[in-house]
Design a protein around this ligand. Structure first.
Ligand code: OOG
Ligand code: MG
Length: 255
């Protein structure tokens, strides 16, 4: 059996050299719990290079996403400061393997929500909400993976853009979501697609990350998961997420 450290190192090298690798979990006998330990070891390489942990992201919180990748479990991953791209900023696709982009909703945490805390208390745990974009880039060949593989690979996290933060409006459970590439709408959805209500993604994130000893912190960013399928990110593309009532987040892909 390949040990965790070796798998984490392979995934780290794959990301740093933008080279796809075969899936590893099945051969190495890695289950979901072990996969989260690999993820921690993988992100530890980033932290050792001076990056800091700034939040968490949820994955596969919508049917559209589950169907796209053929995995139907909600997952979570870690966000570092180096993955953050300014709103309207550039993402260099040359440093990525086969990047995709997807529209997201981001939360800025005010305090640690309690596990099982009622949704009604959400507004006191979250300081602000923003439209966002996530760039995902599976380190596995053909963007194909099992559940433990995608968890080990830090849920394909590569980069993210946060639009303007704003106070949490009364209802965020059914806001229209658009993904535009070069001014053309390529995906449409609703925040209702995110576990019925994106606030539920936070509840799930607290619960699932808590199982692995990870507590959310004040000031952390939280990505609730994409409301629509992701689309390939091509050099030259101008990409924009539009979330009704929240506004937009955008990026430009460069070679
Ligand atoms: C896994 C990451 C999923 C989301 O928002 O659902 C994700 C993948 O699709 O590669 O980030
Ligand atoms: Mg995502």
């Amino acid at each position: 059996m390949t040990d965790l450290a070796t798998i984490a190192e392979r995934l780290d090298n794959a990301a740093r050299t933008a080279t796809a690798i075969p899936q590893l979990a099945a051969d190495a006998g890695i289950d979901v719990d072990t996969a989260y330990a690999v993820q921690e070891a993988l992100v530890a390489h980033r932290l050792a290079r001076g990056e800091t942990l700034v939040g968490l992201k949820m994955g596969l919180t919508s049917r559209a996403k589950m169907a796209q990748v053929g995995v139907d479990e909600v997952i979570w991953g870690r966000l570092t400061d180096a993955m953050r791209v300014d709103d309207g900023g550039t993402v260099s696709v040359g440093g990525l393997i086969h990047p995709r982009v997807e529209p997201e909703v981001a939360f800025l945490l005010d305090r640690l929500p309690e596990p099982g805390e009622p949704l009604a208390d959400f507004a006191s745990a979250v300081r602000a909400v923003a439209p966002a974009l996530e760039v995902i880039d599976s380190r596995y060949r053909d963007f194909t993976f099992s559940l433990p593989d995608v968890i080990a690979d830090n849920t394909s996290a590569a980069a993210y853009v946060i639009g303007p933060w704003q106070p949490v409006p009364a209802g965020i459970d059914n806001l229209g979501v658009l993904l535009e590439v070069d001014g053309r709408v390529v995906q449409t959805g609703s925040t209702a697609a995110i576990l019925g209500d994106p606030r539920r993604a936070l509840t799930e994130g607290v619960r699932l990350a808590g199982r692995h000893g990870v507590q959310l912190r004040t000031g952390w960013v939280f990505l609730a998961g994409a409301a629509t399928a992701a689309v390939p990110l091509k050099p030259g593309a101008h990409v924009r997420a539009v979330v009704e009532s929240l506004g937009t987040a955008s990026l430009k892909a460069i070679p």
